[in-house]
Design a protein. Structure first.
Length: 312
């Protein structure tokens, strides 16, 4: 039995949604088709990819490792299918690309080498910046393109954007936490726990916005700019946190397990996307990078909405 692209797509959808039922709904197939595909993959790989829980499924360490390879496989197939449509080698130029902190650490590295191989004559000058400097640089023309948390974007009048990825925010818990035994977990439950607050990339501001829509507030006992510090503290039982799946890894640096639970309350996603100065024609190098990223993520290339039409 050989591994199929369908199996890989079903696996990725289940990993992204955290539930077989939701993956089946998004792909317009039966739950049994998803389950059969995943079981077939686990048999082929001779390893367990998911932990089955009452609220859905979570990736095992091996599942997390395979997910990275699975995304590369799908991206490579998409890239190969696009090759006949253009000569990548003939496109040359310089791209001044700016990225935000979280993007630099947890998103963009895996795509940079792929892009350089596909477009060997495009020089990418990569810079990291906070949101304010990033937005000012786009508007002033210092940077031609950004990969950023588009859900944090402030200047929507002067900056256009496409969203590449919407990463769910879920509750992180230590492996022995009592909330893992609860059928439904709400922000009210979280408010009674010591909370570890991540501050980098304005995460603290984002958290406060959705908490302010409830009668509750997080009991913040520690603030940090390090995702790894949050991961270690949660894994060791110091507190809990709500963070996106993009930065989730199942193990702390000490080798302790971090579990995730989908909250019953509506919590906004962390959106990652491309941004550029509105009304300014993008360079061929910039357009090539945008096309490449959409192909790599399997996303469409939507037209950015009119200024002010999206709530923060």
């Amino acid at each position: 039995m050989q591994m199929s692209l369908k199996q890989i797509n079903y696996f990725i959808a289940t990993a992204d949604t955290g539930q077989v039922s939701r993956a089946a709904k998004e792909l317009h197939v039966s739950q049994s088709a998803i389950t059969t595909a995943i079981k077939g993959l686990e048999t082929l790989l001779d390893t367990k990819l998911f932990e089955r829980r009452s609220h859905g499924v979570t990736l095992t360490l091996e599942g997390h490792q395979f997910l990275q390879h699975a995304r590369h496989i799908i991206a490579s197939v998409d890239e190969a299918m696009s090759l006949p449509s253009r000569s990548h080698a003939s496109l040359a130029g310089t791209l001044n690309l700016v990225v935000s902190y979280t993007v630099a650490g947890y998103f963009i590295p895996q795509y940079m080498n792929q892009f350089s191989r596909s477009f060997p004559n495009i020089e990418v000058r990569l810079v990291e910046a906070d949101r304010e400097r990033l937005e000012d640089g786009l508007v002033s023309g210092v940077y031609g393109l950004a990969v950023m948390l588009t859900s944090n974007l402030e200047n929507r009048d002067d900056i256009a954007f496409d969203t590449l990825l919407r990463s769910r925010r879920r509750l992180w818990l230590g492996s022995g936490h009592e909330l893992l035994n609860k059928r439904m977990v709400s922000l009210a439950d979280v408010s009674r726990e010591p909370y570890i607050m991540l501050m980098v990339d304005e995460a603290g501001n984002t958290v406060q916005r959705y908490w302010d829509q409830t009668p509750y507030q997080p009991d913040v006992t520690f603030r940090t700019s390090s995702v790894e510090a949050v991961r270690s503290m949660v894994a060791n039982g110091t507190g809990v946190s709500v963070l996106s799946d993009m930065v989730y890894r199942p193990w702390s640096l000490e080798g302790r397990r971090v579990e995730v639970v989908t909250l019953s309350d509506a919590v906004p996603t962390m959106d990652v996307g491309l941004a550029w100065a509105r009304g300014v024609e993008r360079s061929p190098a910039s357009l090539a990078f945008c096309e490449f990223m959409h192909l790599a993520l399997g996303s469409q290339q939507p037209t950015a909405p009119a200024p002010g039409s999206i709530s923060k």
